[in-house]
Design a protein around this ligand. Structure first.
Ligand code: GUN
Length: 294
């Protein structure tokens, strides 16, 4: 069994990005600039956004964090997005999800300029991705593709089972694994909360990608010998014995599933760091595309 070391691979990617940024600087060019909007003060979301900002510093990007209160109205958020769309110094930006209930997430995502949509959530980018066109690919699925590629894990003709149909992970992942090329060319089954006999399906999978946010959902009995297991889940489970008061749990019963799998991602240190690295990659691409257009 091999652990898919997302921490290490993400550091490799960040080093590659930094080398490109250093070259941009040496040539007197503008460096990539990422902005992130966060509405409210959910602990996990704050942690993610701060991690994204710190990662920008590490590779030499400029970054801007826009904090808005939990009572922000939809109009106020749309105004901010409009400003970032127009702000020439900003190459890409993200709106951290989830948003508070008074705000319509679909409407907000539609307002982001697709050329600055480094999360790849705008329907224009999602549509292009589905049609094999060049686009921003959502960072988490992009990170999973990158892990499969860098570990040279065969995907052609394999049965990939995706558990969870969220717009930011499961749905795009199911599309990407079925596209032509590598990683891709898989036969894909997308499962969700209404799927019947899920064990019957997962036990036939060569590759299982799970993103449901339910700790220990995928048990060892549900996978076949030598399956590749990608765990996107990262849930804070209260634990008073720890300093933070919680532990992070994936969607996979790692202890037992790792005895059966050929490759498996740990939580933390698997998919999470890859998401950050690929957001940086998308921001670098956004900068390069803007440079080409000028
Ligand atoms: N919330 C959970 N994952 C993500 C992500 O990749 N991007 C944004 N913007 N919000 C998220």
């Amino acid at each position: 069994m091999t652990i898919l070391d997302g921490k290490k691979i993400s550091n490799d990617i960040k080093a590659e990005i930094k080398a490109e940024v250093d070259e941009m600087k040496a040539n007197g060019e503008k460096v990539p600039h990422l902005a992130a909007i966060i509405v409210g003060n959910d602990g996990a979301s704050m942690t993610y956004v701060n991690t994204k900002v710190k990662a920008c510093e590490k590779v030499g990007f400029e970054s801007t964090l826009v904090r808005m209160s939990s009572t922000t109205s939809e109009v106020e958020l749309m105004d901010k997005i409009e400003k970032l769309n127009k702000e020439d110094s900003i190459d890409g930006f993200i709106v951290q999800l989830p948003l508070p209930p008074q705000i319509d997430t679909q409407k907000v995502l539609l307002a982001v300029d697709p050329d600055k949509d480094v999360d790849g959530f705008h329907p224009t980018n999602f549509g292009k991705m589905s049609l094999d066109m060049t686009s921003f690919i959502p960072a988490t699925p992009f990170g999973i593709l990158e892990l499969l590629e860098r570990y040279n894990i065969p995907t052609k003709g394999k049965h990939t089972v995706v558990i969870g149909r969220s717009h930011i992970v499961g749905r795009p992942m199911s599309i990407l694994m079925g596209r032509s090329g590598f990683p891709g060319n898989s036969t894909v089954t997308l499962t969700h909360e209404y799927t019947k006999n899920i064990t019957q399906i997962t036990s036939q999978a060569d590759i299982v990608i799970i993103a449901v946010g339910i700790p220990d959902f995928l048990k060892a009995e549900m996978i076949k010998d030598d399956a590749v297991v990608i765990d996107v889940g990262i849930t804070r489970v209260p634990d008073e014995s720890t300093k933070k008061g919680y532990v992070l749990k994936g969607d996979v019963d790692f202890e037992n599933a790792s005895k059966k799998a050929s490759y498996i991602t740990p939580v933390p240190g698997g998919v999470g760091p890859m998401t950050i690295a690929m957001l940086l990659k998308n921001t670098l691409l956004a900068r390069e595309q803007r440079r080409e257009r000028k």
